[in-house]
Every structure is written in C-alpha cells, then in structure tokens.
Write a new protein. Structure first.
Length: 151
C-alpha cells in the first residue's frame, strides 16, 4: 500500500512541476505590436529568458519543461531561451531574439512550425511533438522570426 501511495505522490509531483513550468512560460509572454498584419487569432511576442554562468547550457535545457516548445539562442541549448506559450497561434519573435535561434527542443504534444519572416511568412520546417533537443541545421540557423504550434 505504501508503494502505491509513493507512486501517486510522485505522479502528482511531476504533474505539478509540468503545470508550473507551463504557467511560468505563459507569465513570460506579452502581447506584441507590429506594423505587419497579424493573423486573425492575433500574434504574441515571446520575451527571452537569460541564463549566465558555467552551467548555463545545462540549466537552459533543464528549464524547457515537458509540454513546452523552447528555442535557444546558441547551439546545444546555450544562451537565451524562448518558450512558445501556447498552441494555435503564430508568435513573432521580438527584435532581441529575431533571427537568432540556433537550437530548439519541442517537448510539446504538437508539431512546431518555424518561419523565416513575421506572422508565419515563409515556412522553414516543422519539428514533431516530443522530439529530442536539436541544433538547427545551417539553413535554419539564425533565421527563425515566427513560430506556430497547431493544437
């Protein structure tokens, strides 16, 4: 019986950690304004999260929680991290991160489409749900301006 209780407690802890990570990612977003025409659902700007120090890369990968799609400024999850806050919207990257992503980890349950140009202008590629962390290929490196995750 105590083993069952321990398993339930562990499951609840993991669920709460995943939920908290998603809530924190949503707290780090803000509605953006752009001179370009936004999609009907509207677009949002993703604010960066900065990691510094010797363990910055490890910390960055670790902060991309299950259920999130994360973009990183440098390869191997180093540098600034951006979290796509939700699905079914096009998100434009603000000027501080636009055209600077070099790695990503799609830990969400939806594919992640990446675009060169705001408002989903020119599709570069799509990354499947629950994929591994990857370094972007040379033809996508430092070219992402917007992202879309269909639900």
């Amino acid at each position: 019986m105590s083993n069952k209780i321990a398993l339930v407690a562990a499951g609840v802890t993991l669920l709460l950690a995943s939920t908290m990570g998603t809530a924190l990612a949503q707290d780090r977003t803000q509605t953006g304004s752009s001179s370009a025409t936004a999609p009907a659902a509207g677009s949002q700007v993703i604010e960066p999260i900065h990691f510094n120090g010797v363990d910055a890369g490890i910390e960055a990968w670790d902060n991309c929680h299950h259920g999130q799609a994360c973009l990183f400024q440098n390869s191997n999850g180093n540098g600034t991290m951006w979290v796509v806050p939700s699905c079914d919207r096009v998100y434009n990257l603000d000027s501080s991160i636009n055209n600077r992503a070099s790695s990503l980890w799609n830990r969400s349950g939806s594919s992640l489409n990446v675009y060169n140009g705001s408002n989903g202008n020119t599709m570069l590629g799509s990354y499947g749900a629950y994929g591994p962390p990857i370094n972007l290929p040379g033809n996508f490196n430092d070219k992402i301006s917007s992202v879309y995750a269909p639900c």
